[in-house]
Design a binder for this molecule. Sequence first.
Ligand code: PMP
Length: 283
Amino acid sequence: MKVYVDGKYYDKEDAKISVFDHGLLYGDGVFEGIRAYKGKIFKCDEHIRRLYDSARAIWLTVPMSEEQMAVALHATLEVNKLKDAYIRLVVTRGKGDLGLDPRKCPKATVIIIADSIALYPEEFYEKGLEVITTATRRIPPDCLSPRVKSLNYLNNIMAKIEGIQAGCMEVIMLNRSGYVAECSADNIFMLRDGRLFTPPLEAGALGGITRNTVLELARGAGYETQEPNLTLYDLYTADEVFLTGTAAEVMPVVKIDGRVIADGKPGQATRDLRKRFMKLVGR
Ligand code: PMP
């Protein structure tokens, strides 16, 4: 495997950054998780746009243009001879001193890793996932916007640990007002009476690329979509619940906090939207 670091390719073992990089010292940086299907990067422009928006929001200058970034992403796929891949694009604040001051880091570090995909086991798409709600609340947008896909994922990791201890692969996080925000690394949707709901971004959700895609696909297929604040009661009494994310794609949820959703099987609309999504990505 060849890893891109600041314009050069290194073998996996030799791909290294400084211990003075503020990405390591402070989680100061931004990233993207991107997928390629059959050699084509899925929603490449959208991922690049979100990365640069995240960077702008934290006063970080990405040391290359958006066009150059697209070229570097494609080149990394090509160098690794990968057609179906998971790409991790990371931009850290770069090397500085031990203080917080980002001005001490003259140049951001750009890393691109392209690897084969670690898929969720197929059985979960057929049987559906069990999730729990975590005690850990999502960071409020007025403290650090969850729309910034930053290297600071401890909030999500604390939630993930609760999931691991409960034997669940994914978890639901609420915001400080008790409304549903999102999952530790996925967005959440529910269906009720044929209408599709997902929490608004203001509730503390990342603007997921898969979330946007599924909303578009659903509207195109004639579903009414809404983005209201959702409570746990809404999820517990939903007809269907599913998650979306670059790795998960469209994943049915059949149990939340011990409550069986509908009849405990992936619902019709979830299967329909998953099928439409798979068709779109050519799988
Ligand atoms: N929420 C969080 C917190 C995430 O980290 C992710 C990405 N793994 C998502 C939602 C889903 O976003 P996307 O569809 O762009 O992968």
